[in-house]
Write a new protein. Sequence first.
Length: 226
Amino acid sequence: MLSCEHGGNRVPAKWKDVLRPAEALLPTHRGFDAGALELARRLARRLDAPLFAATVTRLLVDLNRHERSRAVFSRWTAELSADLRRELVLRWHRPHRAAVHDACAAAIAGGHAVVHVAVHSFTPVLGGVTRNADVGLLYDPSRARERGFVERWRAELSGRAPALRVRMNYPYRGSSDGLTRWLRTCFSDRRYAGVELELNQALLDSPPRWRTATAAIEASLRAALG
């Protein structure tokens, strides 16, 4: 199954005044993961897999962070009252994570093993540092099944698109706070493998490279799933 936690930069009407000072950031990586939802929808369609996608901006509440994390709210929503922050969690954060969790639980209860791919993208430059990868595959190395799946996926992807720079646990660590990390505490390695797929947003600047990358990701994921 697939998820996309930062698929859009939508600001519901009630919260527009709260984020008005941050309007200029909405179209940037601070507001959403450019390209992530497009790819997630393609993978869901081509692989006939369920997709759980969110389009509310991460500047309101970050669905990929634990609700007790300081990073779950942006600087603008962190200043809201406790009641309003709780409203954000109850309206968007918990429902998204619960939907993914419950779908995993239902599949596992039905005797299946789950491969969950959370689709994200990253800015090419952060803090003045250029990221030197096109695709990142984030996972927990301590989970044998998850590690084996990611190794197969990387081999398949590199074989289909050798020009793509594919790195493991880059530009973030797969064991860091995220939806997949939380779900690993809910389900065993034997039944659940959670991988964060990270694409460099620089690929969007070149339509031919974007098409090559997304086609290779789709084909390699299909092959890795067997």
